[in-house]
Design a protein around this ligand. Structure first.
Ligand SMILES: *Cc1c(COP(=O)(O)O)cnc(C)c1O
Length: 372
């Protein structure tokens, strides 16, 4: 049997005619950058998330960059985030000459540990970027309480968490601004790069809309030095079709996660591997289903041999990346992140998986341990 980590073709097959129809319509219209298709998608997404505004842009990475720019972050400022994330979170900070100040994660959810934030705050701290890793929200009540008291902003890196929620509110309205990615592997994936910001703050929304078009509100008049980061009409049209199915896909991912728990428990594997943990109040959308396991690399090679795709998100924490050696962090500085990087393994979780495939994945893990 073959079980890929992600099969985008299976999803596409279910809605090909609908997608082709809107792509043809956009081609007939010959309007490709921003415009009514993008505005309609922004409005639909704002409504879905429950935010006052949504602003499309070219990628999740740019959404993070634009959020920081709109908040006036400058060279020398400090921004708190986690070392256990995709590079874009830290990269956006560095692009502005600001300094990423890392705070370790919790071992259960892989999200920022609120108990360690306060001691990382200095007079230069401008914002905290919690990452809703793998599709579940960081502890936003605790983070917002600290941010409010210390007068710093909160930017959600919700790139892996569209549709996730905490105590009934969706990711994207749990801080000052939310950043989303439509990279094809995300839960809402476009046919290329794309991104979006959400906010309830109209001043911030205005600034974001200006900054994404070179700091211009009126054509050829520039109020600030912005960037070129716009969402394409083709992407918006495709994403607008796919948005309708997003909850259904999240349900499928959640059903698969439940089934894995049942199967791993029945196979008596829960002493050998640690299954994902959902924090109380969280609605997890499983962009990744990430287990912890010793001998991770051996298991991964064994699974590959047996036709099961897996991936390591992420093998090297930010503080140990070559590009950040000037920050002066040593191995051991963020032990929970470092240990996670050695133990995590993401298994196939996409909605279209069959029960036979889920059973096969678990049987393959069992086989690995039976031979040891
Ligand atoms: C995907 C991702 C990003 C960046 O999104 P792009 O659209 O690929 O630029 C940022 N942060 C996290 C946590 C991500 O998973």
């Amino acid at each position: 049997m073959n079980v890929p980590l992600l099969d985008l073709k299976a999803q596409y097959r279910t809605m090909k005619p609908e997608i082709m129809a809107v792509m043809e319509a956009v081609c007939d219209e010959q309007g490709f950058v921003l415009g009514p298709r993008v505005t309609e998608f922004e409005q639909a997404t704002a409504q879905y998330i429950g935010s006052r505004s949504a602003i499309g842009c070219a990628s999740g990475s740019d959404a993070l960059l634009l959020a920081l720019m709109a908040m006036g972050v400058q060279a020398g400022d400090e921004i708190i985030t986690v070392p256990f994330t995709f590079f874009a979170t830290a990269g956006a900070i560095s692009r502005l000459g600001a300094k990423p100040v890392f705070v370790d994660i919790r071992p259960d959810t892989f999200n920022i540990d609120p108990n360690q934030i306060e001691r990382a705050i200095t007079p230069r701290t401008k914002a905290i970027i919690p990452v809703h890793l793998f599709g579940q929200c960081a502890d936003m009540a605790a983070i917002n309480e600290i941010a409010k008291r210390k007068n710093v902003r909160v930017i959600e890196d919700a790139c892996q968490a569209i549709g996730a929620a905490q105590n009934g509110k969706k990711a994207g309205v749990l801080g000052d601004a939310g950043c989303f990615s439509f990279f094809p592997t995300k839960n809402l994936g476009g046919f290329g790069d794309g991104g979006l910001l959400t906010t309830d703050n109209s001043t911030l929304a205005d600034a974001l809309a200006m900054l994404r078009v070179h700091g211009s509100r009126v054509r050829y008049l520039h109020e600030a030095v912005g960037i070129n980061s716009r969402l394409d009409a083709l992407q918006a049209a495709v994403l607008h079709v796919k948005l309708k199915y997003l909850d259904q896909w999240a349900d499928g991912r959640r059903r698969n996660a439940d089934r894995y728990r049942q199967l791993f428990t029945a196979a008596k594997l829960v002493d050998r591997i640690t299954l994902p943990v959902t924090a109380p109040g969280n609605f997890h959308v499983y962009n990744q289903y990430t287990i912890r396991v010793q001998k991770r690399d051996e298991l991964r090679a064994f699974m590959k041999d047996k036709g099961v795709g897996t991936e390591i998100y992420y093998p090297l924490p930010m503080h140990l990346q070559n590009c950040y050696r000037d920050l002066g962090h040593q191995k051991g500085a963020f032990p929970v992140s470092e240990r996670a990087a050695e133990e995590v393994l993401s298994l196939p979780i996409f909605a279209e998986l069959t029960d036979a495939q889920l059973v096969y994945v678990v049987e393959t893990v069992k086989q690995f341990f039976d031979h040891r």
